[in-house]
Structure formats: structure tokens, C-alpha cells
Design a protein around this ligand. Structure first.
Ligand SMILES: Cc1cc2nc3c(=O)[nH]c(=O)nc-3n(C[C@H](O)[C@H](O)[C@H](O)COP(=O)(O)OP(=O)(O)OC[C@H]3O[C@@H](n4cnc5c(N)ncnc54)[C@H](O)[C@@H]3O)c2cc1C
Length: 407
């Protein structure tokens, strides 16, 4: 690889930069751009096994796999990420309670390191380096290609059950019930609701609809053409949006068929949606707290957030299952995860400290892919096995995140 003998001390592999924080930013400012490595290598459509280069996107995988009756086994909330980026963050999706993380479906991968070595890794071949690389934040070497096990589907639309719930406690009971019945479960939360409405939201539970046919999603996108000087997401607009969204959801549960892009990728339909937050930008906060104390911890976090009047229209609550992730640094654990965006300002920094205290007390942790503020103490406590990645870190690779939380 060309980064072996060069003038910079360290580098970082870079996919499409869709990570929200500084885990995809190189400490030196020098990245190895891999989105150009975007060729498919082989496909066995009888078994759903696909081999592709690192920079192939999940959208490209869907466009070749769907006509053969295959889908991604796990997908994040955007299809505009690379295969290697999805591996390096061991991403999770709305079916975590059933199948765990993306890394569980990586059959093997090829890793190039700055010592010139090119290794084939799998659970059987170099297992320690394999599990340091899955969720390894791009630090163990450059993934050049990977082999993925896809999921068989008969139709690309989803049969979605939509159900309102009035309080956080209802989320937990409804979620436990829905997870037993449905492959995909996720809830929208009204982060502005307080007191006896705290944690009210809408549960979406879904399964692929077998009779719906195999259709590739059209790329249709609305574009936010400019960045407003100030954030359009403020306490007034947020309160109004959430109230309308809550009211428009029928009180009685209902079923509807939705396309996969509508269900899995709502934000992919709005190009540059991040501009809504104005020139100051935003930060995402995503934490997972263990199941035994999730109810209290999520209650406290939502109460803190609601008191500030900030947050985002898209606030997501999901219970993660207990399937162990293959990566040393994989984020999900058996528990509940809360994710939402906040405008970037001093008040948000103060709010994050309060939220961090709740997550810390609950024994939870933050998601490195979404983080730009976590302290070294919180990272090392939340990921006690982080030394397993440091042991395998390629000395030529360093991110701003890793430097911040370990060095
Ligand atoms: C709208 C939206 C919704 C999202 N929803 C979810 C979700 O539901 N679940 C979830 O888990 N995540 C979610 N994410 C986060 C996103 O899926 C991850 O951050 C993903 O890893 C980004 O991939 P990327 O290709 O853009 O990689 P980048 O952001 O560029 O990089 C991510 C990491 O991968 C490493 N990397 C990239 N290429 C290579 C390579 N070739 N070899 C080794 N390492 C490499 C980088 O060094 C970095 O550490 C979401 C992001 C967005 C924008």
C-alpha cells in the first residue's frame, strides 16, 4: 500500500465520512481515501455470499443483491456507507435483538498493514486480529476487501405495525412484546415530553412482506440547498414538530406496507439534512445502558433532555439483544440505546456532561462512531478490553478519537 513509505507519521483509512464524530478523522489530518476501491469480486447467489472491495457502498450491494433475492443482514440508518466503514464500526440496525451486529456476517476480510503484510482474516484464521478489526475503528490496518453473508428475502417491502405509547414504561413492555413477534423494532421518542408524558413515542415493528416483489429503491432525494446562519432546530420548532408527529399517529395500532428505503433509510431521502442545524453544526449523542437499569437511566436522561428543551425531531430508542458482537470494541450490549442530535453549542457541552454522568452510573457506554466528546476515563471504563485493539493497532494509523481517549 502506498501509505507504507511516506512523509506523514500516521494516517487513517477513510470511507465516506458518515461517522458523526472524530473516529473517522486522522490525527495527522492525512487519510487514506478508500471509496474508490469499489469493485465487486465474486458472488454466489445460491448461498448469498458476496465478496467486494472495501469502498463498495451498502447501496451498491443492495442494487446487485436484491434482484437475486438477497438483502443486507444488518443495515444502519443510511445505505450511503462503505462496506469497510460498516465493518470498522461493527454497525447495528433495527434487527439487533434478532441477529446482532454487521460483523457477525463478515465471513472473512483482507487486511493490509504498514509492515507490508497482507492477511486473510476470519474467525478461524488469525481470530484475535479479526475481532480487533471488526469494530476496530480503522486502526488495525486497511481492509481491502471482505466477504459478506447476505440475508434471503422474498420481497423488499415491509409490513410495518405502528403503535403509539404514552410513557417510557410502555416502551419497555411494548418493545419486549414486539421483539418476540417481529424482525425489526425501533421507537421514535418525543424528547420534549415531560412529567406523565415523559418518554412517549411511536413503536415501529416490521417484517419483510414476502409477496411484495424485489424492487431496488429509487435514489429520489430532496436537497437542502443552503446552510442557514442559525439552526432551524430550536426549542419552538422541535416542540411543534414533535407534537404534530405524535398527534398524526393514530391512537389505535395500524399496519401499512412501506418500501425498504422508507423504513430503513428515512434520512437518505434528504440530501444535506445536516444543514438544518445551521453553520454551528450538531453533535449526536448515542449511549447504551444495560437492561437491568435501563428503565431508570433512560428516564433520567430523557428528563434531563426535556428540561433543556433541545434535542432532535429524530430521537431513537431501541432495545439491543444479548447476541455477543464479534468485535472487541463493538458498541451494542444487552440493554437499551438512545440516540439523538443536538445543536453544537456551549449548552450542549454542559448537557452532555449531565448525560454522561447518568450513563456512567448505569455502567453504560457511548458509541465511538457517533462521538466527539467522550472522556478517556469514560471510554476506558465503558470498553475495558480496548487494550486488545491497541495491541493490534498498526503504528502507522491513528485517529483523533483514539488519540483523545487512549494516548
Ligand atoms: C443518517 C445516518 C444514520 C446512521 N445510522 C446508524 C445505525 O443505525 N447504526 C449504526 O451502527 N451506525 C449508524 N450510522 C453510522 C454509520 O453507519 C457509521 O459511522 C459507518 O461506519 C460510516 O461508514 P463510512 O463508510 O462513512 O466510514 P467512515 O465514517 O469514513 O469511517 C468509519 C470508520 O471506518 C474506518 N474505515 C473506513 N474504511 C476503512 C478501510 N478500508 N479499512 C479499515 N478501516 C476503514 C475509518 O477509519 C473509521 O474508523 C449512521 C450514520 C448516518 C449518517
Amino acid at each position: 500500500m502506498s501509505f507504507l513509505h511516506n512523509k506523514h507519521d500516521t494516517y487513517l483509512p477513510f470511507g465516506l465520512g458518515r461517522s458523526y464524530g472524530d473516529s473517522c478523522l486522522a490525527q495527522s489530518g492525512q487519510v487514506i481515501q478508500l471509496s474508490g476501491m469499489d469493485r465487486f469480486i465474486s458472488a454466489d447467489w445460491s448461498q448469498g455470499i458476496l465478496q467486494a472491495e472495501a469502498g463498495v457502498t451498502l447501496a451498491q450491494i443492495l442494487s446487485v443483491a436484491i434482484p437475486h433475492g438477497w438483502f443486507l443482514p444488518v443495515t444502519p440508518g443510511t445505505r450511503f456507507v462503505t462496506l469497510a466503514g460498516a465493518i470498522a464500526n461493527d454497525v447495528h440496525g433495527k434487527n439487533h435483538h434478532r441477529v446482532g451486529t454487521f460483523g457477525r456476517f463478515v465471513r472473512s476480510l483482507e487486511l493490509c498493514r504498514s509492515d507490508g503484510s497482507v492477511s486473510q482474516l476470519s474467525a478461524a484464521q488469525h481470530p484475535e486480529l479479526f475481532s480487533a478489526t471488526i469494530g476496530g475503528l480503522g486502526l488495525t490496518g486497511v481492509i481491502s476487501r471482505a466477504e459478506l453473508q447476505l440475508q434471503r428475502i422474498a420481497g423488499t417491502d415491509l409490513q410495518v405495525r405502528t403503535e403509539r405509547f404514552g410513557h417510557l414504561q410502555d416502551f419497555f413492555s411494548l418493545s419486549a412484546f414486539s421483539e418476540r413477534q417481529h424482525e425489526f423494532c425501533v421507537a421514535w421518542i418525543d424528547c420534549t415530553a415531560r412529567d406523565n408524558q415523559l418518554g412517549r413515542g411511536v413503536m415501529y415493528s416490521a417484517d419483510f412482506a414476502p409477496q411484495s416483489g424485489l424492487k431496488i429503491a429509487a435514489a429520489g432525494q430532496v436537497k437542502l440547498p443552503f446552510t442557514p446562519p442559525v439552526s432551524l432546530v430550536n426549542s419552538l420548532s422541535l416542540k411543534l414538530f414533535n407534537e404534530l408527529y405524535w398527534r398524526k399517529t393514530p391512537v389505535v395500532a395500524h399496519m401499512a406496507v412501506q418500501s425498504y428505503q422508507h423504513f430503513f433509510y428515512p434520512l437518505d431521502g434528504i440530501l444535506n439534512w445536516n444543514r438544518l442545524y445551521g453553520r454551528g453544526g450538531f453533535q449526536q449523542y448515542q449511549a447504551v445502558v444495560p437492561q437491568h437499569c435501563a428503565s431508570d437511566a433512560i428516564h433520567d436522561m430523557l428528563a434531563i433532555i426535556a428540561a433543556t428543551g433541545t434535542g432532535s425531531a429524530l430521537a431513537v430508542l431501541k432495545r439491543c439483544g444479548d447476541i455477543v458482537s464479534p468485535g472487541i470494541l463493538s458498541f451494542p450490549c444487552a440493554g437499551t440505546t438512545l440516540a439523538l442530535d443536538f445543536p453544537q453549542n456551549d449548552a450542549t457541552a454542559a448537557l452532555f456532561q449531565q448525560l454522561d454522568a447518568v450513563v456512567r452510573a448505569a455502567g453504560g457506554r457511548l458509541y465511538p462512531a457517533k462521538d466527539a466528546h467522550m472522556s478517556a476515563d469514560d471510554f476506558q471504563r465503558g470498553y475495558p478490553n480496548w487494550g486488545g485493539v491497541e495491541k493490534w493497532r498498526d503504528p502507522a494509523l491513528m485517529s483523533r478519537f483514539w488519540h483523545r481517549v487512549t494516548q
